[in-house]
Design a protein around this ligand. Structure first.
Ligand code: NDP
Length: 247
């Protein structure tokens, strides 16, 4: 299956840590040509250097997905360097959980801007390219919390439900020009995601609990590989995975 990955041009947002980083390393090892975006340029540069040292192809572009022009530049950099774009993995995300009554309005806005609008900006950047090529694949990241709403997760869950909704509308809109749309919904994965929870008590509780059950970030890389490596006439629409012990 790796044959349908080698040579593909893949744009990854949120590639500086966690699942984006693990997926980048895995796809590079399988011969994909990568454009990596995130805000922490130093971390992206280190990952790109390691990929190149191992014989792979990658470039880094400092990208804040809340800025549409940044996402546009990331996709343009991929097209300029490699001549086409085959896949965008809209992975960047934040999960500062809290009860609504804590009124963390700045964090609500951040989640809406990164998780939802950032995903839309990624879609917007590739659509003209994919339409011209008459091929492409958009992989969006939802969550188990995009299937089930939980206390302390009102806004996070809303953004991840939204990712599934917009992806399904998109799929129906673009299928006729041969564009595949995939949503991947992870459960607990061992990454930096819980580090940004500022709600007293809740952050510490999750930073202690999640690593006890979480699966490694490479699990996402396996899911992305599965979706990308299918024959072009097979669109894996949804993947939902979680640690076996997660409720
Ligand atoms: P990490 O915190 O390890 O990675 C998040 C990535 O998103 C980082 O690379 C970060 O880069 C990037 N990011 C955050 N804000 C922005 C921004 N404004 N612009 C560009 N990039 C940004 O967490 P995960 O790997 O876990 O998260 C990946 C995705 O998986 C997210 O969408 C998350 O919601 C989802 N998810 C995670 C689960 C888990 O248990 N870990 C479960 C379900 C879903 P930088 O800070 O350098 O910008």
């Amino acid at each position: 299956m790796a044959d349908n990955i080698s040579g593909k041009v893949i744009v990854i947002t949120g590639a500086s840590s966690g699942m984006g980083e693990a997926t980048a390393r895995d796809l590079a090892a399988k011969g994909a040509r990568l454009a990596l975006g995130a805000r922490r340029q130093d971390r992206l540069d280190a990952i790109v250097n390691e990929i190149k040292d191992a014989g792979g192809e990658a470039l880094a572009v400092a990208t804040d997905v809340t800025r549409q022009e940044d996402v546009q530049k990331l996709v343009e950099a991929a097209k300029d360097a490699y001549g086409r774009v085959d896949v965008i993995f809209n992975n960047a995300g934040l999960m500062p959980l809290s009860p609504l009554e804590s009124q963390r309005v700045d964090e609500w806005n951040q989640m809406i801007d990164v998780n939802m609008k950032g995903t839309l900006y990624g879609i917007s950047a590739v659509l003209p390219v994919f339409k011209e090529q008459k091929s492409g694949q958009i992989i969006n990241v939802s969550s188990v919390y995009g299937h089930k709403a939980v206390p302390n997760g009102a806004v996070y869950c809303a953004t991840k439900f939204a990712v599934r909704a917009l992806s399904e509308s998109l799929r129906q809109e673009v299928k006729d020009y041969n564009v595949r749309v995939t949503v991947i919904s992870p459960g607990a994965v061992d990454t930096e995601l819980t580090e940004h929870i500022s709600e007293p008590g809740l952050g510490d509780q999750l930073r202690e609990f999640v690593p006890q059950i979480a699966v490694p970030a490479s699990t996402m890389a396996d899911m992305v590989s599965f979706a990308v490596s299918q024959p072009e006439n097979v669109d894996v629409n949804e993947i939902l995975f979680r640690p076996t012990v997660q409720p």
